[in-house]
Design a protein around this ligand. Structure first.
Ligand code: MLT
Length: 208
């Protein structure tokens, strides 16, 4: 598979010191959706933004689901590996470092799967409204990686127990996890943008 197998957008870095971002949209989104968010939370970062290759009634997604919140886990694993290959090839083609994933909803879930299945692909992740993507993931080594998990208190799709379980799973694998529950639903709020922006600048400061 070549990286062109994923329709994607790439915007080069305006500031070589800013970490590249891998933008992963939610169900029904596409490669254009999160470019604005990426620019808001980390102006100057290179942006790599693929479109999910699975279609659900015409809506792009990153993996198949059997029902809302019920995942086809074999497909999750297969698609996470495809995405990992895409990132590796895009890194060579565009000359970028390992990116920080910024995923929303379905995009956050595939980012979580990627962290668990191919820990070396991502430098870290911002997971917006994520769920546990795999019920029995392999032991991952996430030492040195930071993850920001932002959940919505009134999210009708992601139960609080599920996002807490994801935070624990990532933490047990060695990641440094910041989990915040916002007074929000499944949709993003201004607080998500502010917290994500602050977290990236702190991560930048830590890396400097
Ligand atoms: C998923 O399928 O990944 C989650 O249910 C979130 C969504 O896309 O609605």
């Amino acid at each position: 598979m070549t990286e062109t197998a994923f329709i994607h957008r790439f915007e080069p870095a305006g500031n070589a010191g800013s970490p590249p971002l891998l933008l992963l949209h939610g169900t029904g989104g596409d490669e254009n959706d999160l470019l604005g968010l990426g620019k808001m939370i980390s102006p100057g970062s290179a942006l790599l933004s693929p479109r999910g290759r699975v279609l659900e009634h015409g809506m792009p997604r990153f993996f198949r689901r059997l029902a809302e919140g019920v995942f086809d886990e074999e497909d999750v694993a297969r698609r996470a590996h495809e995405l990992g290959d895409f990132v590796a090839e895009a890194r060579q083609r565009y000359g970028i470092a390992a990116p920080i994933a910024v995923g929303f909803s379905n995009g956050a879930n595939i980012a979580a799967a990627l962290l668990l299945l191919q820990p070396d692909v991502l430098a870290g992740a911002i997971l917006l409204r994520a769920m546990v993507p795999l019920s029995d993931p392999p032991e991952a080594a996430l030492g040195g990686k930071s993850v920001l998990l932002l959940s919505g208190q009134a999210d009708p799709i992601v139960p609080a127990s599920n996002s807490a379980r994801l935070a624990a799973l990532l933490w047990q694998a060695g990641a440094s996890v910041t989990h915040k529950v916002l007074p929000a639903g499944h949709q993003l709020s201004q607080a998500d943008v502010t917290l994500a922006r602050d977290w990236i600048s702190e991560a930048d400061a830590r890396a400097a």
